[in-house]
Design a protein. Sequence first.
Length: 90
Amino acid sequence: MLEQNGEVVASGGFMLNYNPPYADIYMEVKESLRQKGYGSLITQELKKEIYKMGRVPAARCSIHNLASKATLLKAGFSICGFILKGNLNQ
């Protein structure tokens, strides 16, 4: 959690239960406090903890979630793939 003046401004964590050696980061910033750098800060802190554990930080977000995409790119992540959803015609 990130707090400022006693108020929680962002929260996050990571999942270790699948996909070793990766640790999947998740985070959320209070809507009224977005675009102030809190997302980038908590993401960087989560990455530090993951590296200390000998794991590799990973993250994913919807291609439509431009704020999360920008936050993850700013934190040093790179785009490595896309999930496509649709029907196959036979």
